[in-house]
Design a protein around this ligand. Structure first.
Ligand SMILES: [Zn+2]
Length: 134
């Protein structure tokens, strides 16, 4: 009896979790405005108890400039998603799940990581959070 009950609750939870990540366009617009990072939009959000708000973000730009030769590349090589800590919303910690894409330069044929203005390479927090703490 207990097991059945547990399974049922689990299903309800799964359905609820799926519903909460199905964002309406309006929510995405508001969250993107709140996050307020240049060339970045929020595409998903989730709330983890005891952790905080996780916002999945994406770059609006479809290209990046090769650091070696300065050529603009549109050729996506790989996605590289990871989480960085950002400024909190009130009391709630906020984390951004970002995608630092790798492009392949069409000129020198070598892959390179895109430069993101709001987070330095290999850092686990945004620049504006670092500024606020220092
Ligand atoms: Zn190049």
């Amino acid at each position: 009896m207990f097991v059945v009950n547990f399974k049922y609750k689990r299903n309800i939870f799964v359905v609820f979790a799926v519903l909460t990540v199905m964002l309406r366009k309006q929510d995405i617009k508001i969250l993107t405005e709140l996050v307020d990072l240049k060339d970045v939009k929020v595409i998903l959000h989730r709330l983890h108890d005891g952790i905080g708000i996780i916002l999945q973000t994406e770059s609006i730009k479809s290209h990046s400039t090769c650091p070696r030769c300065g050529t603009k590349s549109h050729r996506l090589h790989q996605n590289h998603r990871y989480i960085v800590k950002d400024l909190p919303f009130g009391e709630k910690p906020v984390f951004l799940e970002i995608n630092r894409r790798q492009f392949k330069c069409e000129e020198c044929k070598k892959p390179f990581s895109e430069k993101l203005d709001f987070v330095s390479q290999k850092r686990t927090y945004t620049k504006r959070l670092a500024h606020k703490i220092i």
